[in-house]
Write a protein that binds this ligand. Structure first.
Ligand code: DGY
Length: 331
């Protein structure tokens, strides 16, 4: 084992993973999102060689305070909190957690889709509030999910897992849009003939339910804007399980309020936690979740294990299994 290095843990890690780190390195735990821990976080940065955590921006200003940094290990698959160009210029390695959360996020998004189309949360609340006085009539009916056309924006691992649930479990024709068509015959044979590439506008125009599973980048920020919502079928449902800032929330609200869209299900928002004064929080056509895509005991633990392994490998001078290419273009 090499010399112990200085590791700064900037978000809670499970005890067993913290123990793996402390067995090999000199570890400081300080979460900058907790006011009482901010000073400790700032004090540890100048010596830090490895960072591990999530949900906090690591930008050029922060990197300037961490001159010895070798690696940042994110406990997330999304990397939008990291200033990629700044990491690249400094030669700091970025690791993340793809793969281990795929099925869990797809479960969450499908649950949100079902809940939104069938008004599950709204009607469960009606029972809870003692408002179930008579048989439910058409004013509370939902819309079928099975057999409807599902459009998926973003067709990486999670988009494909969602497509499997929809096509194989619910008999849904699936359209997808991605930077380029996926060779399903070799990469996801179970979806060959069941999921079809469609141009962005065509997907919006033909889908009964549109799910955005987009990473946040320069090309996806605000992609779902007024024009995009206007392309969607009247009465369609919109779900966002990717990143909040890919959607212009004012445009979504306008499309819901005008009656053009039937409903929206959102697990992610432009600002998180969702501000109390956001109209999305209480909108009658919105089912809102607090960013729980990967939030199961099993998956959050698996993410922590992978992130810890990534960090230990990088600090040992090995190539971690899940490195992110900070130098690639089109972010
Ligand atoms: C991720 O890993 O990026 C997810 O958004 C966390 O739930």
């Amino acid at each position: 084992m090499g010399e112990p290095k200085k590791v700064l843990v900037f978000r809670e890690l499970p005890d067993d993973q913290l123990a793996r780190l402390t067995a090999a390195h000199d570890v400081t735990v300080a979460n900058p999102r907790i006011a009482a821990q901010l000073a400790a976080f700032e004090a540890a940065l100048p010596q830090a060689q490895g960072l591990i955590g999530s949900s906090f921006p690591v930008d050029a200003a922060l990197l300037a305070k961490a001159p010895k940094l070798e690696v940042v290990s994110s406990v997330s698959v999304g990397v939008d909190n990291y200033e990629l160009a700044a990491l690249h210029v400094r030669g700091v390695l970025l690791c993340h957690t793809p793969g281990v959360l795929t099925e869990t996020v797809a479960d969450t998004v499908f649950a949100l889709l079902m809940a939104t189309c069938r008004r599950v949360v709204e009607l469960a609340n009606l029972v809870r509030q003692g408002q179930w006085h008579k048989n439910i009539g058409p004013e509370f009916f939902g819309h079928d999910v099975h057999g409807k056309t599902l459009g998926i924006l973003g067709f990486g691992r999670i988009g494909q897992a969602l497509a499997r649930r929809a096509a194989l479990g619910f008999g849904m024709p699936v359209l997808y849009n991605a930077r380029r068509p996926v060779d399903l015959a070799s990469q996801a044979p179970e979806l060959a003939g069941r999921a079809h590439y469609a141009a962005f506008d065509e997907l919006l125009a033909r889908s009964d339910i549109v799910v955005a599973m987009l990473p946040l980048s320069a090309s996806t920020r605000g992609l779902m804007d007024e024009r995009a919502f206007a392309q969607m079928k009247p009465g369609a449902v919109f779900i966002n399980g990717g990143r909040g800032a890919t959607v212009r929330e004012d445009a979504l609200l306008a499309a819901l309020d005008s009656g053009h869209l039937h409903a929206a299900g959102l697990d992610v928002f432009a600002t998180e936690p969702l501000p109390l004064d956001s109209p999305l929080r209480t909108h009658p056509k919105v089912t809102a979740l607090p960013h729980i895509g990967s939030a199961t005991h099993e998956t959050r633990h698996a993410m922590a294990v992978l992130a810890t392994s990534n960090l230990l490998q990088a600090l040992a001078g090995e190539r971690p299994v899940a490195c992110y290419d900070t130098g690639a273009s089109d972010r």
